[in-house]
Design a protein around this ligand. Sequence first.
Ligand code: WT7
Length: 648
Amino acid sequence: MSEIYNPNPEFAKDAAIPSMDAYWALQNKAIEDYDGFWKGFADEKIEWLAPYDKVLDESDAPFYKWFTNGKLNVSNQCIDRHLDTKADQNAIIFEGDKGDVEHITYGQLSTRVNKMANLLKNEFGVKKGDRVVLYMPMIPEAAYAMLACTRLGAIHSIVFGGFSSEALKDRIEDAEAKIVITADGAFRKGKPYMLKNVVDDALAQGGKSIEAVLVVKRNNEEITWVEGRDHSYNEMIDAQSDVCPFEPMDSEDPLFLLYTSGSTGKPKGVQHSTAGYILWAQMTMEWVFDLRKDDVFWCTADIGWITGHTYIIYGPLAAGTTTVMFEGVPTYPDAGRAWKMVQDHNITQFYTAPTAIRLLHKTGEDEPKKYDLSKLRVLGTVGEPIDPPAWKWYYEVVGNSKCAIVDTYWQTETGGHMISPLPGATPIKPACATFALPGIIAEIIEEDGTPTPVGEKGFMCITRPWPSMIRNIWGDPERFKKAYFGDCKKDEKPVYFTGDGAMIDEDGYITITGRTDDVINVSGHRIGTAEIEAAIKNVDSIAVSAVVGKPHEIKGEGIFAYIVLKVEGSHSTDEMKSEINAVLKKEIGAIALCDAISIVPDVPKTRSGKIMRRILRSIVKGEEITQDTSTLEDPSIVGIIEKIVKEA
Ligand code: WT7
C-alpha cells in the first residue's frame, strides 16, 4: 500500500506539533544542540526539587547518565504538582470486567497513594531502594501501589498476572524483593480468577527474601492465609495517615525494574531511571497522542507490560490527563465492549495492539458503527507490525476516516515511543511507523555500522543515548553491554541495537520488519525461544527442541516447536504437545503455550552443532529454502523435515 493519509487539517491546526516543518525544526535543533534540546524540555516539564548539573554524562558509556545530581519525585510529578489545578479532575476512570465504574480524581488519588505509601513504610518498613514485586490485576490499587513505591523511592517490579508461580519466583529472587503486593484475584469474562494462590506457590518454592505479602480484596473468593506473612490491605489501609512526604530522588535512581525476554533462557530485569524515564513518558504522551485539555485516554495494555507502565500510569498522570483502566477483555460480553466504553467515557485516544484490532475486526466488523465514537481523535497501535487490512479497518470503521493512526514503535528497553507518526504533522503511510520522534536519532545500519541502503533490510539502531533508555540489566552489567551495544561504534560511541530489523524507503519512512534475534512476538508479547526451549528440557522423553515463530492470523506469531524424541516413535504428536504445554504453563505461564509441534528425526545443525533456526523458520512459513544447506552436518534432513511439516 503506498497511499498517503494526510493529517486532518481541522485538527492539525491546534496540534502539539502541527506540521512537518515544526517536526523538522525540533529534530534539527536536537541534531545541532542535543544537550540544549533536552535541557529545554527537562526545565519546562519536570518539577525539580534540586537542579541538575549536567544534561548528559557519557563518560562511562554505555552507562549513560542524564540530568546528573538533579532531584525529583515521580509521584510528585504525577500527582502533587497537579493538585492546585486538578484536584477535582478525574485522574483514573476504572471500569471492571462486569461493568462497574469508579471515577478517581487527582485529589482522591493523592489520598490513596499517600495512605498506601504510609502503609508500606510504617507497617512493612519499605524504604528507598527496596524492591517491591507487584502481582496484580488491573484494578486501581495496582496504580496506587506503583505510585506509593515511587513516593518512597522503592523500586517496583511488576510481574504480569499471566506468568506462572515458577516465573514469579525467579523474578522475586533475581530482584531480591522484600514484599509482594497482590490481590485475591479479579474478574475476567464474568468469572473470578485467582492470583494469591500463585504467590503462595511461588513462595513455597523459594523467594526467601520476601518478608510480607500484602493482599488486596477484589473478587472476595476464598484464599489461604499464611499467618505472620500475609496481610490484608483492606483491613489496614483506613488507619493510615493521608500525608506521606515524598522522598527526593536522584535523577539516576532506579524507578522500576521490568523483566523481559532476551536471547538466553533467563529473563532480563530492565532497569529504568527516574528523571529521564518520566520526562520522555510525559513528552511522548503529549506529542504522540496530541494531548489536549479534557481528553480521556485509554490504553488497553496490562500494567504488567511496559505499555501499561508508560501509557496507562506514568505518561498520562505526569501529563495531567485522565487515564482509563480496564479489568476485563474487549470482547466480553460481546465484540462491542471496547466501543461501548469509548462511547460511555468520551474517550479521545484509544491505544491498543494489532492483535486486539485483528480480533475485534474478525469478531465484530460492524460493531463500531453501533456506538458514538465521534470523540475519538487519535488511534494508536503498539507491539508488533500491523497488517494493512487491520490498519484499514481501524482507520475507516473505528476512526470513521477522520482519526490519525499512530503506529508506535518502541520496546521495554526504550521506556517510551521511538518511532511514530505525529497526529497533526505526519503524512501517514499505512502500517508504517514513519519517522523517529524529535530527539531520537534512529538509523538503520549493518552490523559494522555502515548505513543500510534504501529499500533493504538492516538493523534498527538508536545511535545517540536518549533520556528514557534502559540503564542496566539488574545485577548484570556485562549482559547489558553485550545484549544491546555489541562491538559497533559510531563516532567512537557505542550504538544501541534494538534487535529489530527495519527498512527505510526513498521518502525516509521507516518500516519495522520484525525481530532479527531469537525472540518471538506472540500477541505483542515478547517471548524468547531459548526460554521456551529451557522449559521444554523438563520433558523427559525429549532429546532436543527448537522453537520458532509461526505466522498466526490473530496473534501475529504463534509458538511452533520442532521436537526430537529420545526414543523414536515413543510418543504421538498429540501426547507430546500436551506434555510440553503442561510444562510451559508451569514454568512460564499460559502466554507461552505452543500452537503446534512437529516430531522430527533430527534438526538441521552445522558441523559444529549449531541449530540452523533460519531454515526451521522458513519451513514453518512454507517458504522456499534459500539458505546454503551444504554446511549442514546432514543436508538431507531439510527435505525430511519439510515433508513432515507439510503433511501435518
Ligand atoms: C518489541 C518490543 C513497546 C511496547 C510493547 C512491546 C515489537 C513494538 C512495534 C511496532 C512493529 C513493534 C518489536 C520490539 N514492536 N512496537 N509499532 N511495529 N514491531 O514491548 O515486549 O519490549 O517488545 O515489539 O519487535 O522490539 P516489548
